[in-house]
Design a protein around this ligand. Sequence first.
Ligand code: TYD
Ligand code: MG
Length: 455
Amino acid sequence: MARDGAVYVCQSCGAVQSKWAGQCPACNAWNSLVEETQSRAPGSLAPSKASRVRGLTFQGLEEHTPPPPRIATGVDEFDRVCGGGIVPGSAILLGGDPGVGKSTLLMQVAAQAARRGVRCAYISGEEAIEQVRGRAQRMGLADAPVKLATETALREILDSLKREPFDLVVIDSIQTMWSDAHEAAPGSVTQVRAAAGELVRLAKKRGVAVILVGHVTKEGTIAGPRVIEHMVDAVLSFEGERGYPFRILRGAKNRFGATDEIGVFEMGDAGLGEVKNPSALFLDTSGERAAGAAVFAGIEGSRPVLVEFQALVAPSAYGTPRRAVVGWDTGRLAMVLAVLETRCGLSLGNRDVYLNVAGGLRINEPAADLAAAAALASSALDVALPQDCVVFGEISLSGDIRHVSRMESRMKEAAKLGFKRALAPKELDGGGLMKVDGVARLADAVRRIGDGEWG
Ligand code: TYD
Ligand code: MG
């Protein structure tokens, strides 16, 4: 039986149970329930004293609220993902795998901002001051007036932040913070939630922007910090494929901006470099493009990005053919393979299929269907696409090629990088930018690739 006031909180999803169980009934995670004492049931409010009730002041929709002011940190790729700078008094959660470069990024952000006169504090609960300082020095940021501290006790942090005025405070990481008002261990859901709650409250009350670092677990969820996503104004995730220097900053939630913006960085010896022209980075323009390669003209956030899809269709050595995909959705690959098989007469069922998005970028757009299909067909038929050709278009289950968003921006970017033709949906006007090889059906595209018929 649970002790008085004791509850069991799932460390994976945050669900609260009255009894311990080996598996969380809410999210089915195993061994994730941990006993924590709660002083008050969640959601229960102390009864209000009648004299203190003021009632609500309702307002109309038409009143004009000026847009919030922004702190431009000077790291443009970061500022853009935030929606044009950090909003004072806002709370931002930055999630990412351990080692992806969260501390590096935020030290750069804090240092650049501090150089521009923003009062910045960097509080680390994970590393010793020498480590944090050493990193900053290696990146050539030693002259920036950032105030460093190492602390994990929330009370100390809050007291200091109340005494000294700051514009921007980085807390690295929220999992290391603990509040003495709770018995639970640091890193537990209760502690993470309590610490985040206090810091967010401080941010709002004093107009300090707070950035919380949160580590992500193997499953891709922000463990612990996932339960604070609803408390913060923005959730950003920092991603990168192992073995590639590229890092992508994505907005998953943003109360003050669009969430589809990305920031592109390259990890080097002196920290993260901003990549202003991602197309040139993800695209290998040297040498011939081989059979199995197709250049996709994509859109990431508000920017067009060209990336290469690489496919290899090979005889299967074992009974069950392999399907491996990096940087694209497995379900989408299965769909495209099925359409190629049933509507275009390409037999792929008993062959191994590998599909790879070059450069470590992850593509989620349906517009990439035709590029993936073109790469697969090109490999299966062993015919290379023309060097100067980009591809985009959505494939429906019937094998039709559909129009996609912002086709002109895609072609403009491709033209800028020297591409001259587009394998794209039919009835698309190239607008003098490029020659459009329009296809109404995937079968037409496959036939064109096989015959090498490019007018
Ligand atoms: P870090 O910011 O400590 O990651 P996180 O805070 O997300 O855990 O970055 C760790 C990695 O970055 C580490 O493997 C070393 C690499 N790195 C560089 O390659 N160059 C640099 O200039 C810095 C500071 C780090
Ligand atoms: Mg770190």
